[in-house]
Design a protein around this ligand. Structure first.
Ligand SMILES: Cc1cc2nc3c(=O)[nH]c(=O)nc-3n(C[C@H](O)[C@H](O)[C@H](O)COP(=O)(O)O)c2cc1C
Length: 390
């Protein structure tokens, strides 16, 4: 299936699956334990129903909105994802360029495979730097200073990674982090020679934001990933977040909030945006779907911080539902990576075009001309289905 014949996100995923060795596809696609939260993140949107209001002149629909201190062209933010060059040799550069062209925020991960400075130099669109607070606090401070110097408009700190989630697909495929190459994963690479050739003929995979802190003898990408995992700091507390937020001094998100209590704590710590996220189900399995927490977090915050929904968004209707529940915007991760794997920058453009079209059409069909018009009046929880003979 060519890119232009990909008519929705599921088509992009199918194309990505064909292009990537299974171990790499599973690393991107998979989640923790039984992947219950991964599935719930998307299926929980079905528990909400839109209540359209017709005949409201929707001849002009605008997706423009404001979030994290910037006006963006659509209520979508590309989530931070590490090591994007695993999926296409252009990696984060391709994604950041596509986001800039579409006029939306791109979030760059601490664990990116292109440096934060190279991304800033190559694109002029709004950018957010995602920070992991490392045991190496010197490095943590240095990353924030570098992001500020490079002109990033916003920053966020991810709080759901005290330890790494249990991703069993990676154990079975042999691509553990750090990876252990098995006969099976090597066979997968051999069956996808173009991917292998691209990896071999382009710059070596690395984590350039942090690699200077790793011993020079172990600069290969995977020993650096091992270093990152070793650096996850289980002792991080809200005081540390407050310190980072104060040092940043601009639009600041806390990513990984999964309770109204933590939403308030994040605002207390100085967050201007609360990113309701369970890391796409990759950390703790069995937590709530993010869409089910949006309204509660909005209520608890009383306008003290914006709420951004992250996880499970696959359709324009999902975005409209999240906004109707009170979110300012939606973050998306895997869907743009599927686009990247499916066709590099053109694939990410295709993903963004599909999302834009879907949101625009769904807003028109709901009867909303602007993002501000999408209010709780347009949504309800699906009534409980009682058995017929009840
Ligand atoms: C391959 C991959 C790598 C990720 N790396 C990071 C990361 O470095 N930092 C982070 O905060 N979240 C990371 N995430 C989580 C995403 O930011 C986001 O929370 C998640 O993908 C949202 O769910 P969705 O994929 O259903 O949209 C990663 C997700 C994936 C799929």
């Amino acid at each position: 299936m060519s890119l232009k014949n990909c008519h929705n996100i599921a088509d992009l995923r199918a194309r990505a699956r064909r292009k990537l060795p299974p171990a790499i596809f599973d690393f991107m696609d998979g989640a923790a334990d039984d992947e219950v939260t991964l599935r719930r993140n998307t299926s929980a949107f079905d528990d909400y129903e839109l209540l359209p209001r017709h005949l409201s002149d929707v001849s002009n629909v605008s997706l423009r909105t404001e979030v994290l201190g910037q006006t963006i062209a659509a209520p979508i933010i590309l989530a931070p994802t590490g090591m994007s060059r695993l999926f296409h040799h252009d990696g984060e550069l391709a994604v950041a360029r596509a986001a800039a062209e579409a006029g939306i925020y791109y979030s760059l991960s601490t664990s990116s495979s292109v440096s934060l400075e190279d991304i800033a130099a190559a694109t002029s669109g709004p950018k957010m730097f995602q920070l992991y607070i490392h045991k190496d606090r010197e490095l943590t401070r240095e990353l924030m200073t570098r992001a500020k110097d490079a002109g990033y408009e916003a920053a966020c700190v991810t709080i759901d990674t005290a330890v790494l989630g249990n991703r069993e697909r990676d154990l079975y495929s042999g691509l553990t982090v750090p990876p252990r190459l098995t006969l099976k994963s090597l066979l997968g690479f051999a069956m996808h020679p173009r991917w292998g050739l691209n990896v071999l003929t382009h710059d070596q995979l690395s984590l350039p934001n942090i690699s200077h802190r790793v011993d020079a003898v172990s600069q290969d990408a995977m020993s650096i990933i091992a270093y990152v995992n070793d650096q996850l700091d289980a002792s991080v507390r809200w005081d540390d977040v407050a310190e980072v937020a104060a040092a940043w001094g601009g639009p600041f998100g806390v990513k990984g909030v999964m309770s109204p209590t933590d939403a308030v704590r994040a605002a207390d710590a100085g967050a201007t945006a609360v990113i309701v996220s369970n890391h796409g189900g990759r950390q703790l399995d069995g937590v709530a779907a993010t869409v089910d927490l949006v309204a509660e977090c909005v209520d608890a915050l009383q306008g003290r911080a914006e709420v951004i929904l992250d996880g499970g968004v696959r359709r324009g209707t999902h975005v409209v539902k999240a906004l109707a529940l009170g979110a300012k915007a939606c973050m998306m991760g895997r869907p743009y990576l599927w686009g990247l794997a499916a066709g590099g920058e053109a694939g990410v453009n295709r993903f963004l075009g599909l999302m834009r079209n879907e949101i625009e059409r769904d807003m028109a069909l709901t009867g909303c001309r602007t993002v501000e018009e999408i209010t709780p009046d347009y949504i309800r929880r699906r009534p409980t289905q009682w058995p017929r003979n009840y």
